[in-house]
Ligand binder design. Sequence first.
Ligand code: AMP
Length: 200
Amino acid sequence: MLNLVIFGPPGSGKGTQSAKIADKYNLCHLSTGELFRKEMEKGTLLGREVEKYIDKGLLVPDEIVLRELYRRASDHLDSPGFIFDGFPRTLVQAETLDRLLDKKGIPISLDISVVVEEQELFKRILGRGEDSGRSDDSVEIAKLRLNVYKEQTRPLLDYYSGQGKIVSINGMEPVDRVFEKICLAIDTYLVSRKVIPVVE
Ligand code: AMP
């Protein structure tokens, strides 16, 4: 089983890369952001609940995220693996995910960290907002989301580094080039179980 976490600030291209990775390695793509947006579009109880946080650029509380992720992951336990996109975002989420996967004997294989400069992140988020109409892609909310990332999510890099599972990828390059590097890291892991810490 191949279990991947893709990790990076808003606008780093996690969603695009995850879809490509899921397709190539036949993994179940679990994006908590996408899951919440679909519920918001449908106007469900869950959608209305998470909207309060998402529209303010805040993280959805751990208990909601974990409950929904567990529900979705349980439906796909027969898949060859998972790519977790936008999850975990807090230490509680990371530790809970580890406990859950360890219990099932299917731990995280690699944590792919996509690194993009802040100025470029803003450019991409605001450009995306024009096309997607995402309620959280405005200038004010983008600033907040980046701060939330720095304070609550970036510390997870230390958590996964401590486990020797981090692969750092320069996300400033074109989509296909970034994807090639990610595949190199995954293929190396699959063949030799070795983790390349930085792919230049
Ligand atoms: P994303 O599409 O991954 O950028 O997520 C959009 C928004 O959904 C985030 O800004 C959060 O408000 C919420 N969200 C998505 N995933 C999580 C998570 N793992 N923990 C808390 N909030 C999340």
